[in-house]
Design a protein around this ligand. Structure first.
Ligand code: IMP
Length: 439
């Protein structure tokens, strides 16, 4: 059965592409918004009028009353952080009663955060530069079959028993390898008790809910976190996150077959950024990189870390198209390029005397790659009020057309500012039914 009503939104670079804005824009029309991987390593800033919302677990759809918001089985959920996030939303009058959590999602526990940080310290120079949120250890425990799942939050006794089974080993690891004092079970139970009360009733069979909605031809938006180059399999391993960030994970991370995924929208920034360690061929250490950081306010939502910045890289963009099966692009932060004298775009790399057009598997090879740039003229106009492609400065249109041609996928929308309204929709966009007509 093809319901033809779902869109998967994924990051097409190293995360921080501005997915929050794009998802929020589409979520307006969605009946269901569902996350399928990652946890509170993600951070979305959604600007709505005078309000700024920073969301970590909760899908942006929560801001629209009546939208069902789901956390899928592929996620790792930090109950303590989620409770705080919900309280912050409720304090500002947002109704959070439409949130549901898959019973199969794994819990990211206090000791996972300690293990993450301790592991990074142990790695020293070879550290990954994680967000320190416990994501890697939580996924590791899931795969080692010693995780606690959201279903275990549905009863205090059930949670206590599961923790009692698991904690002795976690404590041994913490004490013997990482020189940590470990955790007392009663203290942990006390810490998690309010979270169990708040979140337990939200735990359900998310896959079943999704199927029911898809069969009724409801509009379902799958909200990806991080980006293709941070994918555990396809990213710049080991400098990656610990989940599958590509579009296919929307199926496995929600409990659906792939036939339910219709459009795949890749969110891509008009330049490139990365946080954490690992190779980044177009990273720019000159004034241009600094300008991009300042103008684009490139500091992490989750950790506040300054992001590494550089020019748009068509090699990674083409790769993201391939590993996700992108059907369209949402290009963000075009306004950040206004006022730059010239704008560069990498078309390919040069590596050890050869031209490289396809993204290399080996990061050793990637480290030796230098970008081959095409240089474009900049524009000075403020484009933040432009709402039609034809009204963009000529130089901006040339840049966008070249980008589409280099990547081979059509742009559906361009973001020219953080607000929902600051968006240019292409006339022939396939997302038509997801977009509220302009007044
Ligand atoms: P972890 O996901 O915290 O384990 O971090 C692994 C890598 O993914 C690090 O380089 C992080 O900076 C990066 N990362 C994780 N989440 C995000 C995100 O939401 N945006 C950008 N980078 C991220």
């Amino acid at each position: 059965m093809n319901t033809n009503k779902s869109v998967v939104v994924v990051g097409a670079q190293w995360g921080d592409e501005g997915k929050g804005k794009v998802i929020d824009f589409l979520a307006n029309q969605a009946d269901v918004v569902s996350r399928f991987q990652g946890g509170n390593n993600a951070g979305h800033t959604v600007v709505y009028g005078a309000n700024i919302f920073k969301l970590h677990h909760v899908p942006s759809g929560i801001l629209n009353s009546g939208t069902l918001c789901l956390l899928g089985n592929g996620m790792v959920v930090d109950p303590l952080v989620l409770v705080e996030e919900l309280a912050a939303l409720e304090k500002r009058g947002i109704d959070t009663s439409n949130l549901r959590i898959s019973g199969k999602a794994h819990l990211n526990m206090a000791y996972h955060k300690d293990l993450d940080k301790a592991n990074e310290r142990l790695l020293g120079e070879r550290k990954i530069g994680t967000t320190g949120r416990g994501i890697g250890p939580a996924y590791a425990d899931k795969v080692m079959r010693r995780g606690i799942r959201a279903i275990d939050m549905t009863g205090f006794e059930r949670f206590r028993e599961r923790l009692a089974e698991i904690l002795p080993l976690q404590n041994r690891i913490l004490k013997e390898i990482y020189n940590h004092k470990g955790y007392d079970i009663n203290e942990l139970l006390e810490l998690y008790c309010p979270a169990l009360e708040k979140l337990g009733p939200m735990v359900t069979d998310v896959a079943q809910l999704l199927i029911e909605n898809l069969k009724k031809r409801k509009k379902v938006l799958f909200e990806g976190a991080q980006g293709a180059l941070l994918d555990i399999d396809h990213g710049t391993y080991p400098y990656v996150t610990s989940s599958s960030t590509v579009a296919a994970a929307a199926a496995t991370g929600s409990g659906l077959g792939p036939q339910y995924l219709n459009q795949v929208l890749g969110v891509i920034k008009a330049y490139t950024t990365r946080v954490g360690e690992g190779p980044f061929p177009t990273e720019d250490h000159s004034e241009a990189g600094e300008q991009l950081r300042e103008r684009g306010n490139e500091f992490g939502t989750t950790t506040g870390r300054p992001r590494r910045c550089g020019w748009f890289d068509s090699v990674i963009a083409r790769y993201a198209v391939m590993v996700n099966g992108l059907t369209g692009l949402a290009l963000t932060k075009l306004d950040v390029l206004s006022g730059m004298d010239e704008i560069k775009m990498a078309l390919s790399y040069r590596c050890r005397g050869e031209e490289v057009k396809n993204f290399p598997i080996s990061i050793e090879e990637l480290k030796d790659c230098t970008p081959v740039y095409e240089t474009f003229s900049g524009w000075d106009e403020d484009i933040s009020r432009v709402r039609r492609f034809d009204d963009l400065p000529f130089a901006a249109r040339v840049f966008l057309e070249a980008l589409e041609e280099n990547i081979g996928v059509k742009i559906e929308l361009v973001s020219v500012g953080p607000d929902r309204s600051q968006t240019i929709i292409y006339q022939d966009s396939k997302l038509e039914s997801w977009i509220v007509p302009a007044e």
